[in-house]
Each structure stands twice: as structure tokens, then as C-alpha cells.
Write a protein that binds this ligand. Sequence first.
Ligand SMILES: [Zn+2]
Length: 302
Amino acid sequence: MRDGGYRQLTDLFELMRRFPTEAACRGYLLSRRWPQGFSCPRCGNNSYYFISTRHLYQCRACSYQASATAGTVMQATRTPLRAWFALIFLMARSKTGLSILGFSRDFGIPYKRALSMAGKVREAMAARDSRYRMCGLLELDESYFGAGGHGKRGRGTDKRPVLVAVSLKGEGPAHARMQVLSSLTSSDIKVVVKAGLEKGSRVRTDGLNSWPPALVGMEHEPSVLGSPQAASEKLPWVHILIANAKGILRGVHHGVRYLQPYLSEFCWRFSRRYFQPELFDRLLCACLDCGPQAGQALQLAA
Ligand SMILES: [Zn+2]
């Protein structure tokens, strides 16, 4: 729908200057939803009236009225669009993850509603990344996230296993993906690998027995990692990413009940860290492409 052509926004001042009113926000949403001109979501007709007082497109053929937010994560929202824009801006750019409690206080939005808004934005991030398959040279590893039992560590605890993949470009990491699994069996890993990795990718892992059956069709490069030092030499980026994600979950969100949306948020931002001025627009477009039910399905699944 919207490949490339993202508009840049350098800082919060510019956000406030460009979107000073609700009308300015609605006008921008309409221009981003239908950049080539309006096309009726019901009948596909391209001919329309624009009702400027209500910021609606009305189809000339079937009279369907399309608003800026219908069919998006912002559908029927009671929250000012300026607050949505601020949330999207801040979530897209925050290095360590945005405190939703702080956001709700700063913008005078009830905490539960702010949590629900952030959940929808996270699902838009997850939906956008699920469109892409990782390829080329990858590091793949498993880790356990969550509170866990007292004194227990590593495999065999009640923490949740997470599959972590990092694609490499030159000397450094390019994209990241993290997926909560119900177990670290080959069959569970295989489902995620099949959905998220291109066949023929070169995949570096540790010596876990689950990998070979799960990585059929890949160029698998396992290494036996006897010590933490060996692990950080053979699979450096995946370990750095796991440590960073755990630090953010502990520090900013103080542990979370639903893990997957936070991991998806972390990976969305990591994979786009070199596009800082475009991030607001990229995330806004992802929110426009994601349906109004966003946030609910993910919470059930996580
Ligand atoms: Zn129509």
C-alpha cells in the first residue's frame, strides 16, 4: 500500500508545528491512507465528494462515507488525534521504550486507555514486521524471559522461551525478530523458522539438539559453546540484543504480563534504528494499515 516515500519529522517541536489541530491530523491521515487519491473501500470506485466540514470522503457510486480513522487502530477513538500522534512519535523513537504511565500523566489520558492505545500501536509494529522474512546470514538463539521461579535459571524454569533471530549485514546487525514459544522443541521452532526466515539462509546457532530438524532447508552452522565467552564470540549480536531487551523490560516496563507485544516493539525499533526522522511516519502508516481489533488478539496469544 505504502512502500517508501516516508515523510521526515525531526523533533517534537516539528510534530507540534505540523499538527496543531485535530483537523490537521485528520487531513494528514486522509492523505496517507489514500496517497493516490480516494478509492472507496466498499466498491472500489475512485469518484467521490469530500465533505470538508466533517473530513469525510463520500463515494459517488455507493454513498459510503470513509473517515480518516475508520478501519484503523484509531477507529472510533475518544482520544484526541494529537495525543495519538504524540504516542506514535514517542513510541517510534524512544531508545528504551516509552513509559505508558508517564505518557498517561503527561497527556491527561486515563492509564487503562493509554495502555490500550499503546497495545494497538505495538500490534501494528508486529503486523508490519510479520510481512517480511529474514534472509542472508543470521544468528539464531533461544533465551528465557520473564520473572521465573526463585533461584531457578536457564532451561527447565517456568520462564517463557523466546526464539531470537538477528540478520547480519557486513560487520553489524541489520534486523531482529523475537518470538515467544510454548516450548523449545524442534517442531515449535520449525513453525517460527518457516514463517520468518527465507529458505537457504545461513544460520549460526549453538549446539542445541532442537536446531538441525528445525532448520531443514537452511545452511546451518552450529557451534558448541562451552562458556559465556565462547557464546559472545560465536553469536555476539544475538546475545547483545537479548541483554538489551531484558534490560528494557526490567527497567522501563518493570516486567510485563504479555511478553510478545513488547518484544515485537523492541524489534520493530531496532530494525529501523537508522531511519530516525522517518520513524513517526512509518509507524503511523503501519497503524493505518492495521485493523481496529489490534491489541486484543495479541494479548490473548502472548
Ligand atoms: Zn463506494
